[in-house]
Design a protein around this ligand. Structure first.
Ligand code: FES
Ligand code: FES
Length: 158
């Protein structure tokens, strides 16, 4: 028996209504119900960070957040980071400039995490960046370039 409920989510500045079962995660709501596939599923258990999005400006793992828990809060995904004219966010631009990705699958989560990391004031040194970005795994081993990109983006954003 399905037990669907209608929820309203504010995603990247737009309110969207969707009918989902209460068990649906924010990650699956974004990917499967709203076709926002930028947010990735690497593990679905809170261990990889590929699903990182912002809820009310804070980084969260969308695989461990129920869609219903995000109702009434502001959600930002990687698709919502660029400016109104499509200009890249400084963190996106820095990732390109510094080759901070290879396959690109961890990248949306890395970028969302990096934006929050800088905003939290945790980009003060390379060691601090490494520590506060350690919740985002990258199998391609782009870590040195990710640190470089965040260091440079933090300068632009300060
Ligand atoms: S998919 Fe959420 S942490 Fe891996
Ligand atoms: S760029 Fe491939 S996993 Fe990070």
């Amino acid at each position: 028996m399905t037990n669907r409920t209608t929820i309203q989510l504010e995603i990247n500045g737009q309110t969207q209504a969707l009918e989902v079962e209460p068990r649906v995660t924010l990650l699956d709501a974004l990917r499967d119900h709203l076709q926002l596939t930028g947010t990735k599923k690497g593990c679905d258990q809170g261990q990889c960070g590929a699903c990182t999005v912002h809820v009310d400006g804070e980084r969260v793992l969308s695989c461990l957040t129920l869609a219903a828990q995000a109702e009434g809060r502001k959600i930002t995904t990687v698709e919502g980071l660029s400016g109104p004219g499509g200009e890249l966010h400084p963190v996106q631009a820095a990732f390109l400039e510094h080759d901070a990705f290879q396959c690109g699958y961890c990248t949306p989560g890395q970028i969302m995490s990096a934006v929050a990391c800088i905003r939290e004031g945790h980009a003060g040194s390379d060691d601090e960046i490494r520590e506060y970005m350690s919740g985002n795994l990258c199998r391609c081993g782009a870590y040195p370039h990710i640190v470089e990109a965040i260091r440079e983006a933090a300068k632009v954003m300060s």
